[in-house]
Ligand binder design. Structure first.
Ligand SMILES: Cc1ncc(C[n+]2csc(CCOP(=O)(O)OP(=O)(O)O)c2C)c(N)n1
Ligand code: SF4
Ligand SMILES: [Mg+2]
Length: 266
């Protein structure tokens, strides 16, 4: 059975029967252009959209600063209608700390990947959480260094195939994955910690509520807030685009479990 037998595909050997709907029609208010160059089926644009919808719904656009790490998601740093700072690899939580301390009236969030946050700059986010900095860090976790070709990161789950673990990650050779949300939730300075995903409509809706709650935590001045979002990376996982949502659930999602891990405001 080929992948195209399993799911409906758009036939390209004749004109479509339905008129096309432009991606631009669905672009949220705070993203300037509808087109992006991320791979088809990538989960990062969905996560990015969710964050910006929350900022827009809370009417915070005029006082929001986004601090970007380095990964595929960095493509969005040029076309958002909020202030953007570009951090060095892994250093976004420290830059966010500086921005928030200098301008406490702003809302500051970071956008980082698992490679950026857990491999390149793990100490940054741990210290930022431990200090109870009043910022929101958002980690897009796809379990690979997507932009550089799909290599293993510290969040890759056991058995997961990556470019440099072709037979699957094994603990003896590569060690065990770091479950960052679980680790951060133990720190006293962390006020809100949650893990969502964007592989189903239900998960997208729940994740948006988590982002909402994290930003509220910051607005209330309750300290560090963190949302991890599991995102599809069919290219870096070396699978068919349409298989990625289920693959996410069965692999990353089975280990990095969804849910709110801590909410001191309740
Ligand atoms: C200091 C430094 N080391 C390595 C790189 C190469 N690099 C660029 S993006 C990237 C991967 C980022 O992975 P992740 O944060 O998980 O984002 P993804 O691409 O998966 O969305 C790496 C290693 C770099 N730009 N700078
Ligand atoms: S390599 Fe992965 S994370 Fe990067 S744009 Fe493609 S699907 Fe998205
Ligand atoms: Mg990644």
């Amino acid at each position: 059975m080929t992948p195209s037998d399993r799911v409906p595909v758009v036939l390209t050997d004749r004109p479509p029967t339905e008129p096309a709907r432009l991606v631009d029609d669905f672009t949220p208010a705070l993203i300037d252009v509808g087109a992006h160059h991320l791979c088809p089926g990538c989960g990062e644009p969905i996560a990015m959209r969710s964050v910006l919808e929350v900022i827009d719904e809370l009417d915070l656009a005029q006082r929001t600063i986004a601090v970007f790490g380095i990964g595929c998601y960095t493509a969005f740093s040029n076309n958002l209608d909020v202030e953007v700072l570009q951090a060095l690899h892994g250093r976004a939580p420290s830059l966010a700390t500086g921005a928030k301390r200098a301008r406490p009236e702003t809302v500051v969030f970071t956008i980082q990947g698992d490679g950026d946050m857990v491999n390149e700059g793990l100490q940054e986010v741990i210290h930022t959480a431990a200090r109870g900095e009043n910022v929101t860090c958002i980690m897009l976790n796809n379990g690979v260094f997507g932009e550089t070709g799909g290599h293993l990161t510290s969040t890759t789950v056991l058995g997961q195939r990556t470019k440099n673990s072709l037979a699957g990650r094994n603990a003896a050779e590569h060690g065990y994955p770091i479950l960052l949300s679980n680790l951060l939730a133990q720190l006293e300075g962390a006020a809100y910690v949650a893990r969502g995903a964007v592989n189903t409509a239900g998960h997208v809706a729940r994740t948006k509520k988590m982002i909402h709650r994290a930003i509220e935590t910051q607005l209330d001045g309750r300290g560090f807030s963190f949302v991890e979002i599991l995102t599809m990376c069919p290219t870096g996982w070396f699978i068919e685009t349409q298989e990625a949502p289920d693959y996410l659930e069965q692999n990353l999602g089975a280990v990095h479990a969804h849910g709110v891990l801590k909410d001191t405001g309740r």
